[in-house]
Ligand binder design. Sequence first.
Ligand code: NAD
Ligand code: MN
Length: 488
Amino acid sequence: MTDLSLKLPGLGMLIGESRVDAQDRATIAVEDPSDGVVLANVPSGGAAEVDRAVAKAHATLESRAWSRMRPIDRSKLLERIAQMIEDQADSLALLETFDNGMPLALAKAFVANGAETFRYMAGACTRLTGKTYPGAIDGGSYHTYTQVVPIGVVGSIVPWNGPFAMAAWKIATALAAGCTMVLKPSEMTPLTALRLGEIVLEAGVPAGAVNIVTGYGHTAGQAIVDHPGISKVAFTGSARVGKSIVQSSARDLKRVTLELGGKSPCIIFADADMERVAPAAAMSIYGNSGQACIAGSRLYIEHKVFDKVVEAVSAVAKSLKVGCGRAPDTVLGPVISKAARDRIMGFIDKGITEGGKVVTGGTARSGKGYFIEPTVFVDTKPNDTVTREEIFGPVVVAIPFKEIDDVVRQANDTPYGLGAYVWTSDIGRAHRVAHRMQSGSVWINSGYALDPAVPFGGVKQSGLGYELSEEGVRAYTETRTTYSYIGS
Ligand code: NAD
Ligand code: MN
């Protein structure tokens, strides 16, 4: 077993450049979901710590060191962070695997994505420019221009399913826009965010620009949402909490961006490339043990190939090695917690009670750790719980269809709208169907893939606003207009 003590970040919260405990010394036990072993105890922060962190973030926001830094110098800092992440990618990935459970190879991919996001944002820094309006007001006697200015102090709240990458997205974007921030990682997976906070300081970002407060959602998270010194909340997590954030934000009209859940459809036509479709469709639901917001959790399969595709996806499901993320042959790690395992098993039981049939999987492993076999359901009805609700586990429902209009209607018959997948070798039909999907992203003949230069977000109850890309950066800024009379 690797010596974890070498990999753990200093375990206090990061406020300014100090490592601090919670005022009342309360802590949260951080667990390895592959065996239930407690890896570390982190402070359980609350309103007092959020308040201190916001004060630091404000002081830095207003300091000349930060507010007058040339964009190109911010760009260099972001580049340096990217390089430092790449230099220690292996140890960051191992820490992520201990904390979250995901297979090491996946953790490495997430860490690489985090580094790439810093690189993209290093470029975005220098491209935040305003416009001029030469003819405004009266056709010549005014110099009128806009500036793109940082929104202020940002409160970022992230979930446990991709802890490092989610923290990296939030930090890189806030810094690129010239904001300062308070970030709260999930109480279940705070370790890589704490380490990233250290890297940010080591890279030379002024202390107080990035503060990391560990704690629970209803305490530290709520304190961020309620804090009058925070101008924007950038949230990734469940639709339930996202809605409550919108409600709380009404008090002072905080800006809010939300990346929420999904129940993404995967539509497979009979002419799809049968070699590629089964493994890709299987990994779009089972990847990260189903704990992906863009998981393709509803398979709509053209009836002519229904049995064949269900059989092929089930065969892939059976072949995926479930185990500890540190074992080299593991493809699916544990789910995040005992509570998550019990909730997912509750969905599977409900699916069976409501008349669905499990063709493969359906069981949790006994013993240490929280492992669930990848599961395929058939014979579900449109209103069954497993067809409608986000399970956030390795469970897919397979549903046959005959007509395009009908499958488009069923695919869109969900309150969510994050991702969709279309598989067909008729490229015209692929795009026609893709354009009818009510979702932020559609993948044609592919499983999910993201790039920091490309916008990512959800429609309907999957979110509000977009992350990554130019649009993502603009969501951390305001537009200020100046009208200057120059004489006529
Ligand atoms: P969650 O909403 O319970 O928690 C997310 C974060 O919010 C955690 O840090 C939590 O502590 C915090 N939180 C909880 N209650 C809060 C409150 N009242 N006020 C402020 N913060 C609070 O979600 P989860 O269970 O950790 O994550 C799973 C969900 O996240 C799924 O629905 C999934 O689809 C979604 N998700 C979406 C994306 C995306 O980009 N769209 C990415 C990953 C996860
Ligand atoms: Mn953990």
